[in-house]
Design a protein around this ligand. Structure first.
Ligand SMILES: *[C@@H]1O[C@H](CO)[C@@H](O)[C@H](O)[C@H]1NC(C)=O
Ligand SMILES: *[C@@H]1O[C@H](CO)[C@@H](O)[C@H](O)[C@H]1NC(C)=O
Ligand SMILES: *[C@@H]1O[C@H](CO)[C@@H](O)[C@H](O)[C@H]1NC(C)=O
Ligand SMILES: *[C@@H]1O[C@H](CO)[C@@H](O)[C@H](O)[C@H]1NC(C)=O
Ligand SMILES: *[C@@H]1O[C@H](CO)[C@@H](O)[C@H](O)[C@H]1NC(C)=O
Ligand SMILES: *[C@@H]1O[C@H](CO)[C@@H](O)[C@H](O)[C@H]1NC(C)=O
Ligand SMILES: *[C@@H]1O[C@H](CO)[C@@H](O)[C@H](O)[C@H]1NC(C)=O
Ligand SMILES: *[C@@H]1O[C@H](CO)[C@@H](O)[C@H](O)[C@H]1NC(C)=O
Length: 692
């Protein structure tokens, strides 16, 4: 699908005229530029039409991360990235012709006089290669082609600022540059505090900006306006280093790299490639027995001894990474296009964001080597909270893990299981998360985590079985069957008549007798019957779990029906209420078939009658909805009209030009405005259609 930006009547004429490029498949609120980890997260906040060189790239929070780019064509300078102002030099802005996003890449074509440049931002998605997936680096590749039949001399420049290493620009940084077969600028805070954040930026580790050193590669560190003017005026840098270390915002030190492409003709040049990354070690601390903390490192350290080796390998692998990325993009596009082009575009926009919230870690053996048998994956909740491994954030994200590599899901659950198996968590239901503030997975030994008892207990049982079903690996079920049985017992006690409590949609408030929570709990009990069987538990216990689940389903049908018989209620007895019963998706995913087809056909018919312009509300309390739960609900519809109604409305919101934050998952179905969340991994739930 290719379309021009969808313009809404309330946009001003000037906003309308600003959008002059071809957007493929559409202009989203924000385009991922370098999105690999909770701390390497740079976006173009496109809004209703900002080109790559109209605004600065931003961290997911909206704070600027300085990233500039210029080209010179026959001596004439053009900016192509960021919004720099350089008093001592004059330049034009290249004109954006084209922007395209795929699952792994954001590609911009800009015209710089008689030359077009293609700027490719590749954030690799390598879910089955734990070494590559754990490397917190992304690529920017720039190539050029003449458009007038003549040859032109072209030089390319780019820099990053020190804004990549802190959430507080008044803090002091220092830096260094090494120039060998690779030129690397490294910058870090002078005072580093492990495991801390300011404004969601990590406060330790270092940022790296690198390129392969080919002939006529130059570099320079120094004040932004000085380094940029040097390139604009001379087409090359001085190879000079500024050693006057200072605060991020004190004469804004930047770290520039430049290449001379030489003479460019009508064949697109081989790209010059830059890599940007942020590395910290250890990555997290994790609670083990006796309230002790274990430090954990990113998985790639098991293969590399220093960051420069990682960077050489990463830059040297660009061609391979690009070809793997293209294969991945094609597979996702082919799978998702079977639903619709609109669906494929939502999926493509979601994948980097979802996987950009996770980190793959290892512990060390007593002798200091890495224990590659001890993999734990951690996820930052992002934006709604900074919690570690929030169970009800992993749950909506689950489809992207099942689709790309279910083992990542197992490793996400493992840290939760292992902690609760130590006996330090006091509640009889599942914990909500592994720690209030990423990257401290320090547990909740006081039991005062955000209580979502039915939600999280059901989620754990459902996800654990889902992983085993998908892979045939029952080892996690076998190891933690006692915890799974404990949580199921809680579901038996509290899910047919759920007490007053919150669900994952905590912003909507607490409510007793939530129909959708009951669904989750009952599916959890049904799932435990299968788990018990898979781990060789007694046939009597399996039969008992099954019988309880079936009996609850029958009782539920009376409790949860509206008096009109047209829909399920939001909560028992409130006949005019209804909501998205997205938890039924788990019944379909696990192939339990606990709930009768009549419920699905009833819900399918009902949602068609209550859809707004941008989708179906989450429930009758508000007009907002959740994008992840809409796609889950779409996946349980019994006809494609209802399914596509959800997907089309949601793709209309994603392209509506009214928002500028990295893809939200919470928005209003009447206005199309985001409600506050952004960049959350739950958009991995948009892949729900691809796993059933
Ligand atoms: C814009 O992108 C599309 C799809 O990637 C491509 O077919 C087209 O040639 C591009 N246009 C320009 C001007 O490069
Ligand atoms: C993590 O814990 C450390 C103490 O071990 C503390 O200094 C730091 O502030 C905590 N980080 C966050 C993000 O709360
Ligand atoms: C620089 O150019 C020379 C001559 O073309 C070539 O032999 C050499 O390999 C080049 N060096 C690099 C680092 O590309
Ligand atoms: C490097 O720059 C010099 C001077 O501009 C030029 O003569 C030479 O051909 C360039 N080398 C390469 C490999 O581009
Ligand atoms: C370190 O310990 C691990 C696990 O016991 C062992 O496999 C490895 O060989 C040891 N390495 C060295 C260098 O002793
Ligand atoms: C490595 O990790 C595994 C899984 O946690 C553990 O069973 C094993 O004891 C660890 N090995 C060492 C040498 O600590
Ligand atoms: C929940 O539903 C049950 C069954 O209809 C009812 O007995 C109970 O009073 C309800 N609880 C609340 C708080 O409404
Ligand atoms: C079935 O499970 C329930 C809840 O755990 C338990 O109270 C009951 O005794 C079990 N019945 C049988 C026959 O095992």
């Amino acid at each position: 699908m290719r379309s021009l930006h969808l313009l809404l009547p309330l946009l001003s004429a000037s906003a309308t005229s600003a959008i002059s490029w071809i957007a493929n498949p559409f202009n989203p609120a924000a385009i991922p530029l370098a999105v690999r980890s909770p701390y390497l997260s740079a976006w173009l906040q496109q809004g209703n039409g900002a080109a790559l060189n109209d605004v600065w790239p931003t961290f997911w929070t909206g704070q600027i991360v300085g990233w500039a780019g210029f080209v010179k064509v026959d001596g004439k300078p053009f900016s192509f990235l960021g919004a720099p102002s350089v008093p001592a030099a004059t330049f034009s802005k290249a004109v954006q012709l084209n922007s395209t996003f795929t699952s792994t890449q954001s590609i911009f074509v800009l015209s710089a006089g008689p030359v077009d440049i293609t700027v490719t931002f590749l954030s690799p998605v390598e879910p089955t290669d734990l070494v590559k997936q754990s490397i917190p680096f992304a690529y920017m590749a720039v190539s050029a082609v003449s458009t007038d039949g003549a040859s032109h001399s072209v030089q390319v420049y780019s820099d990053i600022s020190a804004e990549w290493v802190s959430g507080d620009n008044s803090l002091e940084v220092d830096w260094s540059t090494t120039a060998d077969s690779v030129v690397t600028h490294q910058v870090q805070l002078v005072s580093q505090i492990p495991f801390t954040e300011i404004n969601d930026h990590t406060q330790y580790g270092a940022a790296f900006y690198s390129t392969l050193s080919t002939n006529n590669t130059t570099f320079q560190s120094g004040q932004d306006v000085v380094v940029r003017a040097q390139f604009i005026n001379n087409g090359r840098l001085t190879n000079g280093q500024d050693t006057n270390f200072r605060a991020v915002s004190n004469d804004w030190p930047v770290f520039g790299l430049s290449h001379d492409l030489g003479t460019v003709g009508s064949t697109l040049t081989t790209p010059v490639v830059f890599s940007v990354g942020h590395v910290r070690d250890p990555a997290l601390q994790y609670i083990v027995a006796n309230d002790a903390l274990q430090t954990r490192s990113l998985y790639f350290w098991s293969q590399f001894s220093c960051t420069s080796a990682v960077i050489s390998s990463f830059l040297g692998d660009f061609a391979g990474a690009l070809s793997r990325a293209r294969a991945f993009d094609s597979k996702v596009a082919a799978d998702a296009s079977k639903i619709s082009a609109a669906y494929a575009s939502i999926v493509a926009l979601s994948i980097r964001q979802a996987l950009g919230a996770i980190e793959i870690t290892l512990s060390k053996n007593p002798n200091g080597s890495f224990n590659v048998s001890d993999v734990l994956v951690f996820l930052k909740e992002i934006s709604s909270d900074g919690n570690v491994n929030t169970v009800d954030v992993i749950f909506p994200s689950w489809p992207v893990l099942l689709y790309t590599n279910p083992v990542l899901g197992k490793y996400l659950l493992e840290g939760l299981f292992r902690y609760q198996a130590t006996g330090q968590y006091p509640n009889k239901w599942s914990v909500h998360d592994l720690g209030a503030s990423y990257p401290n997975a320090t547990g909740h030994n006081d039991g005062n985590d955000e209580p979502m008892p039915v939600e999280e207990s059901g989620n754990m049982v459902i996800m654990a079985l889902s992983y085993a079903q998908k892979t045939g690996d029952n080892s996690q079920l076998a190891q933690y069957v006692a915890l799974l049985a404990q949580w199921t017992q809680f579901l038996i006690d509290d899910s047919l008549i759920p007490a007053n409590q919150i669900s994952t949609d905590d912003f909507a408030g607490a409510l007793a007798n939530q129909t959708n929570l009951a669904i989750k709990g009952i599916i959890g009990i049904g799932a435990m019957a299968q788990i018990n069987e898979l781990v060789g538990g007694s046939a009597a216990a399996t039969a008992n779990y099954s019988a309880i689940a079936s009996s609850y389903v029958s009782q539920f049908q009376t409790l949860a029906a509206s008096s009109s018989g047209q829909h399920l209620t939001l909560s028992y007895g409130d006949s005019s209420s209804w909501g998205l019963t997205y938890n039924l998706f788990a019944d379909k995913l696990l192939k339990l078939n606990l709930f009768p087809t009549s419920i699905y056909t009833m819900q399918t018919a009902w949602y068609k009658t209550v859809a707004n312009e941008f989708g179906v509300p989450l429930d009758t309390r508000h007009t907002y909805t959740k994008s992840d739960w809409q796609i889950w609900t779409a996946a349980i519809m019994t006809d494609t009209t209802a399914r596509d109604l959800f997907i089309t409305a949601e793709s209309k919101w994603a392209a509506d030009g009214l928002n500028s934050a990295p893809l939200s998952d919470w928005y209003d179905t009447l206005s199309g405005q985001d409600q506050g969340f952004s960049a959350r991994p739950v958009v991995g739930g948009h892949l729900a259609q691809l796993i059933v």
